[in-house]
Ligand binder design. Structure first.
Ligand SMILES: Nc1nc2c(ncn2[C@@H]2O[C@H](COP(=O)(O)OP(=O)(O)OP(=O)(O)O)[C@@H](O)[C@H]2O)c(=O)[nH]1
Ligand SMILES: [Mg+2]
Length: 624
């Protein structure tokens, strides 16, 4: 076997939030998610390095862990990857242990454990910039000889030390070639654990002098942000500002995109002659996809807030603040970040529950995660709000539309707490496990990485528009155009189309909650993803009314729907599980149909009930 050509395998292992993924990105040029809290990475990710000497290294980024004695599903992934127990995956040739240089105590125990596995190892002392700023003195030579591991200092976010690290890895790979294989590890008994702790303390004493300028800022900021009352008020204020911003800042940009779409449609209409082709492009594609693309500015603003807070190190604090309230509803403190991730999308949210070790706590969190307002609901909410809620200022400072948006987010959160409370009552009583999570040091967000993260988010949104919405809109257009109406038909053509027939057939089910058949048509492809319903409404109304084909969807809706119908549609989208990919992930992560089925039933049930109540109340109050 030619050793120089064989791809060597390197696994990144270390405590949570030590910069493994940042280092992985620096090494391989990947763009995996990096953020300032524990538990960002929950699955294995692979990348490739081509070293200067021409060797190919395959690098594995793994979830953070404190020990190979794994407790939660994400930690099990790391343990199994290190020990070569993952299906179809041999053990790594080299373990690259990544340590936060300012927080060595816990990682020393992990290193001692990893040494027993018997693989060659390299230690990356990451966050070395912060260590130096604090005047932390680490005797690198001594540490290296005590541990018997080569050490490289790195600053992953600035790509410092990367060359040296690759050289060290290559040297270790060479040692690995000579050493042969065979990873062994057995969970230590209590005595073994105690001995390892003692040894770690010894090494710590011998090699690390406490910092001359310790980080006092984090403590001082925490005094304010973690205050039991003040902290909660700040959290609420932050959320409030976030939703106001999503509404008021995005306005001009959205108008711009809308105007652009209008010009595009008019341009196409002037080039492509009247007829099917023109209708497909203008009614099917531009009206459909355009009505979703308009929401890009809002998505970007929302994510700018979330990403900045994540990088600053606020998320773990918010989790800490919410722990009492969540505990009262039967949710584990560690459920906070998965639930918060669900503001982006329930899929990463459900994945992030892997950090929760207790299966019941994890299942409860998975079951309520899709109730959090994901970004795919933004187009639906905004459209209906723009159509039915006046854009005015109330109480002198708050925008009414932003306030309604805030209310919809609150409805999601409150119902998640309520459902979790009920799940606990029905399925399993008993106390929620105590919450422990390291609070990361505050860091100023890095402009480049924030921009990169934002771009990744925007790209996901645009790719969805292209890959899911575009083809579905062609389908919706076909279904609402064919068959043509019979000779001498009097009603609008769409009434005679397939879509019209399906809509009419299903209409009786939805009539009690105030939905018309156009909405029913939109709900069907809307199972693929929530914002598809908006695009479908755009297409259906454009096909139905050729005059206003380039008109603004919101004004069409406000003319065609009653206020009660609009509000009922909003209520529907707070609850309805209209996202097939989420259901797929729930099935995978819970290991079967049962929980997914339960989710579909309870969420559709709540959606129907909520719309019914909202519709009836609104009609009774004169909104019919
Ligand atoms: N100043 C500084 N910050 C860093 C460095 N490396 C990483 N960070 C920051 O540290 C935080 C954690 O980085 P990640 O790469 O997400 O950490 P991780 O080890 O992958 O975390 P988990 O996936 O949760 O286990 C982020 O805010 C990074 O921007 C570094 O060398 N210097
Ligand atoms: Mg990571």
């Amino acid at each position: 076997m030619d050793m120089a050509v064989r791809t060597a395998r390197v696994a990144l292992v270390g405590n949570p939030n030590s910069g493994k993924t940042a280092l992985f990105n620096a090494l391989t040029g990947a763009h995996q998610k990096v953020a300032n809290y524990a538990g960002v990475t929950v699955e294995r990710k692979e990348g490739i390095i081509r070293s200067a000497s021409g060797r190919t290294l395959s690098v594995l980024d793994l979830p953070g862990t404190y020990s190979l004695r794994a407790r939660s599903p994400d930690e099990e992934v790391t343990r199994d990857a290190v020990l070569g127990r993952l299906a179809g995956e041999p053990e790594p040739d080299v373990i690259l242990c990544v340590a936060d240089a300012t927080n060595l105590r816990l990682v020393l125990r992990l290193i001692l454990e990893l040494k027993q596995v018997g693989r060659p190892m390299v230690l990356a002392l990451n966050m070395y910039d912060i260590a130096q700023r604090q005047g932390l003195r680490i005797d690198l030579e001594r540490l290296s000889s005590e541990l018997g591991v080569p050490i490289v200092t790195t600053v992953a976010t600035r790509k410092r030390g990367i060359e040296d690290l690759i050289s060290a890895i290559e040297a270790a790979v060479h040692a690995s070639d000579l050493a042969g294989s065979g990873s062994v590890w057995a969970a230590p008994d209590a005595d073994g654990i105690r001995a390892a702790h003692k040894r770690a303390e010894q090494i710590m004493k011998a090699c690390v002098r406490p910092p001359e300028r310790p980080d006092t800022l984090t403590g001082r900021i925490d005094g304010v942000l973690l205050h039991p009352v003040g902290g909660l008020l700040i959290l609420l204020a932050l959320l409030f500002v976030m939703f106001q911003a999503v509404f008021s800042w995005a306005g001009p940009l959205m108008d711009g995109i809308e105007a652009g779409m209008g010009l595009l449609a008019a341009g196409v209409a002037s080039i492509v002659p009247d007829g099917l082709m023109q209708s497909l492009i203008v009614d099917g594609l531009i009206s459909g996809v355009g009505s979703v693309l308009v929401f890009l500015p809002q998505i970007v603003i929302l994510f700018a807030f979330i990403i900045l807070l994540e990088d600053f190190g606020y998320m773990a604090r918010a989790a800490f603040l919410m722990d009492r309230i969540m505990g009262g509803a039967g949710l584990h403190g560690r459920a906070f970040i998965p639930l918060l991730s669900s503001f982006a999308c329930a899929i990463p949210g459900v994945m992030a529950t892997r950090v929760i070790d207790n299966r019941r706590d994890r299942l409860t969190t998975i079951m309520v995660a899709p109730l959090m307002t994901c970004s795919a609901r933004i187009p639906v909410y905004t459209l209906i709000i723009a159509a039915f809620i006046p854009n005015e200022t109330v109480w002198g400072f708050a925008n009414l539309q932003g306030l309604v948006m805030f209310g919809l987010y609150a409805a999601g959160i409150v119902s998640a707490l309520a459902v979790s409370f009920v799940i606990r009552r029905i399925f399993w009583r008993g106390a929620v496990e105590p919450f422990m999570m390291e609070l990361p040091a505050y860091k100023l967000p890095d402009v480049k990485s924030v921009a990169m993260n934002l771009w990744l988010r925007a790209r996901i949104f645009l790719v969805r528009a292209g890959k899911i919405i575009l083809p579905l809109m062609v389908l919706v257009w076909v279904l609402s155009t064919f068959p043509y109406p019979p000779e001498g038909a009097t009603g609008p053509a769409i009434d005679y189309s397939f879509a019209g027939m399906v809509g009419r057939a299903l209409e009786p089910i939805f009539a009690p909650i105030g939905f018309n058949w156009q909405m029913v048509i939109a709900l069907v492809p809307g199972m693929a993803a929530r914002e598809v319903a908006v695009a479908a409404l755009g297409t259906v109304y454009a096909v139905a009314d050729a005059e206003s084909a380039t008109g603004i969807l919101a004004s069409t809706l406000s003319a065609q729907w009653s206020l009660a119908t609009g509000l009922a549609f909003l209520a529907w989208y707070v609850f309805a599980p209209q996202c097939a990919p989420t259901l797929g992930v729930v099935k995978r992560e819970t290991g079967g149909w049962k929980w997914m089925g339960l989710m579909v039933v309870y969420m559709f049930g709540l959606a129907y009930l909520a719309s019914f109540v909202v519709f009836r109340v609104a009609v009774a109050m004169g909104g019919g």
